[in-house]
Design a protein around this ligand. Structure first.
Ligand code: SF4
Length: 457
């Protein structure tokens, strides 16, 4: 069996599953956020009753992260609905934006977008928060009301996005009916060349198979090239399985995974036991291709979908209006460090926005010193508008006052985020070019799409 087939067999109490089987799966973790949480709660109450209790309090994780730092009252109200539900159900894992469990969230626009407006429990973007707070474990099933839930596949678990109706049912029963997907294998050999990042790998592969090339399929990553990657890189790749239509992305377990997970579950006091699934010698794939990572180049996915692959070099005539680094995919500490390596001591030429994925990333960038300067200051001194308010921000547009949102038509943005369908980051006539943090940084310096190797000695 493939990794996904083994995971779903175990979670459904069967010895064996094959693609196309429909199985009732026991869920280990259900995650929801401020956009889909209120709808999920509504379905749960409608189907199970106003006084119903969730199936397992310690398996529900609620993370406000999408439309948070906005004066939009409907968005603010969504966060209050989550808080009320958490209080009513006594849920232990809620990363609230305010400290008062009976309070109401209101963004103070007069303080501006850059300075911290959250309490001590707030965490940031859900997919980056889940591993940080010890909710991702090898061998488990994690579902979430967000398409990029597949990011947790980096940890050798089955992770996928589900709708509010399914999530409401999971809240009540802990179960979900899933069709076992076929598996595509991406076998990676060789080492990435300088200036090429994990983001380039996934953009290259999506360009290869198309933005619907993995529809309802598992994307399984294997090979020495994958084993050499750190967990952040694996997360970047697993995150974008959905950009090829994938049901999930999945990585083999190794000691790096174990160490990462053990550290975080210990730090957070979450469940510490886990049982990874190993790679079988006999596996059957619907697609199997070997990639030599050393041959990859800095890559860009052009408007209007993530499958529109070009090399950064051949896009150098595209003039840009802005650059953006952030999101679950591209707002990790390692992403900002790569970005800072390029812009250090220089000045960006176009409006450039930096949105850390989590509050931990904010702290790490402020605490990491390069010489006498923190990385945070290096970024600010290069002209990057850095906000302390970790969240999804303009990755998905959001309300009009969202930090970094493209409100005017015909703007062109190069972005370290993961999705570039029309209107994704604001105005429906704006354009988003997806790239690695290196390429976004180099392009911010020149004002046009730029191969970052020009700036790396
Ligand atoms: S950062 Fe972007 S892709 Fe990630 S969860 Fe938020 S909106 Fe979705």
């Amino acid at each position: 069996m493939t990794l996904t087939e083994k995971l779903l067999a175990r979670a459904s109490g069967k010895a064996h599953t094959a693609p196309g089987d429909n199985v009732w799966v026991n869920v280990d973790i259900l995650m929801t956020h401020d956009v889909c949480g209120p709808g999920t709660i509504g379905v749960f109450k409608r189907e199970f009753g106003a006084d119903a209790k969730v199936w397992a309090r310690e398996k529900v994780v609620i993370i406000p992260d999408h439309y948070i730092f906005t004066a939009d009252s409907m968005s603010n109200r969504n966060v209050d609905i989550l808080r009320d539900f958490v209080r009513e159900q006594g849920l232990p894992y809620f990363y609230d934006v305010i400290d008062d469990p009976s309070g109401h969230w209101k963004f103070d626009a007069s303080k501006g977008q850059l300075k911290q407006q959250y309490g001590k429990n707030f965490a940031g973007v859900c997919h980056t928060t889940l591993p940080w707070k010890g909710h991702t474990r090898p061998g488990e099933v994690l579902v979430g009301t967000d398409s990029h839930t597949c990011m947790a596949g980096a940890f050798n678990q089955f992770a996928t996005g589900i709708g509010n109706t399914d999530a409401g049912f999971v809240l009540g029963t802990g179960k979900i009916l899933l069709k076992v997907p076929e598996t595509m294998r991406f076998y990676c050999e060789g080492e990435l060349a300088p200036g090429v990042m994990a983001k380039d790998v996934i953009l290259h592969v999506i360009g290869d198979i198309g933005f619907d090339g993995a529809t309802y399929r598992a994307m399984q990553w294997e090979g020495p090239g994958v084993n050499a990657m750190n967990m952040d890189d694996r997360m970047t790749i697993a995150n974008m399985a959905i950009e090829a239509g994938g049901k999930n992305g999945i990585f083999p377990y190794d000691e790096k995974t174990g160490e990462y997970v053990r550290e975080r579950v210990a730090e957070n006091g979450t469940k510490s036991s886990f049982e990874p699934v190993g790679v079988d010698r006999e596996q059957s794939f619907v697609f199997d291709k070997t990639y030599d990572l050393s041959k990859l180049e800095p890559t860009v996915a052009c408007h209007p979908d993530p499958g529109q692959r070009k090399s950064a070099k051949e896009m150098s005539s595209v003039q840009l209006d802005r650059a953006y680094i952030g999101s679950c995919t591209g707002g990790k500490t390692s992403d900002f460090l790569a970005f800072a390596r390029i812009v250090r001591g220089k000045s960006v030429k176009i409006h450039t926005f930096g949105v850390p994925a989590t509050t931990k990333v904010v702290r790490e960038l402020k605490d990491t010193m390069w010489g006498n300067e923190s990385v945070w200051s290096i970024l600010e001194n290069a002209g990057v508008q850095m906000t302390e308010n970790a969240s999804c921000a303009a990755c998905l547009g959001g309300p009009q006052d969202t930090f970094g949102r493209m409100n005017e038509k015909a703007l062109k943005c190069i972005s370290a985020t993961n999705r570039n369908f029309p209107g994704r980051m604001g105005h429906k006539e704006s354009q988003v070019f997806l790239a690695s943090p290196y390429t976004v940084a180099a392009s911010a310096l020149t004002g046009h799409i730029t191969d970052p190797r020009e700036f790396l000695s």
